[in-house]
Design a protein around this ligand. Structure first.
Ligand SMILES: O=C(O)CCC(=O)C(=O)O
Length: 215
């Protein structure tokens, strides 16, 4: 894992125990979340269609913020010795957990660019939250190309075109970023519920807007 993170900026293929990802998914199904990172837009995730009408705006994401800390299975992932070991090997012995986020990506058809940018959707970006960090992701539902997969550009954590480094823009259109890297560099991360992957978020990545709900 550490070698892949150093060379590609990405390792995919972690499988979470079934009881753990199912418990988080069940928690998320029954707990109200907040639309578009906005605490005024509280909704039950299964009711996002009605919630969009009620709030008069499109909802791209539903976040749990600190509510996820009431979920034992999420806390178990935070403490997982293997994940901590990977972080320490990559970042050094003082690596610390910064935050844990759980969210839904909703298949809205009419989102504004501002809302998409806020949810980090549809445009490549890299994160500058800290000097160095890793992000561990895990899917709670099966994710295919139509249901909002995460995309990562392998190798982009190591080198970046000047036009992408010296800019105040956070999000870059896919075509602009892809022309800088080898054709097979972008990886669309699809897989079963429970699939985990870890990335160096200093490389280009993005979430995508689901075209449909699963099933
Ligand atoms: O995969 C996603 O939905 C977006 C995640 C992302 O881009 C980020 O955490 O910076």
């Amino acid at each position: 894992m550490v070698e892949a993170l150093r060379s590609d900026g990405l390792f995919s293929g972690i499988m979470l125990p079934q009881d753990i990802h199912e418990e988080i998914a069940a928690f998320a199904q029954r707990t109200p979340c907040f639309g578009n990172f906005d605490r005024r837009l509280e909704l039950m995730p299964g009711e996002y269609d009605e919630a969009e009408k009620r709030f008069g705006r499109s909802l791209l994401s539903g976040h749990y913020f600190e509510r996820i800390l009431d979920c034992e299975a999420a806390l178990a992932i935070q403490k997982d010795p293997l994940l901590l070991d990977v972080a320490r090997h990559c970042l050094g012995g003082q690596a610390k957990l910064i935050t844990t986020r759980v969210w839904w990506s909703f298949p809205t058809g009419k989102a504004s660019d501002a809302d998409k940018n806020l949810a980090s959707l549809g445009k490549y970006h890299f994160d500058l939250d800290d000097w160095r960090m890793l992000k561990f992701f895990c899917y709670l539902t099966p994710v295919d190309t139509g249901t909002g997969p995460h995309v990562y550009v392998r190798g982009s954590h190591k080198h970046r075109a000047l036009e992408h480094q010296l800019t105040f823009l956070v999000g870059h259109p896919a075509e602009q970023v892809q022309k800088v890297y080898a054709e097979d560099s972008p990886v669309t991360l699809t897989g079963e519920a429970g699939l985990g992957f870890v990335e160096d978020p200093f490389g280009f990545h993005m979430g995508t807007v689901p075209a449909r709900t699963r099933g």
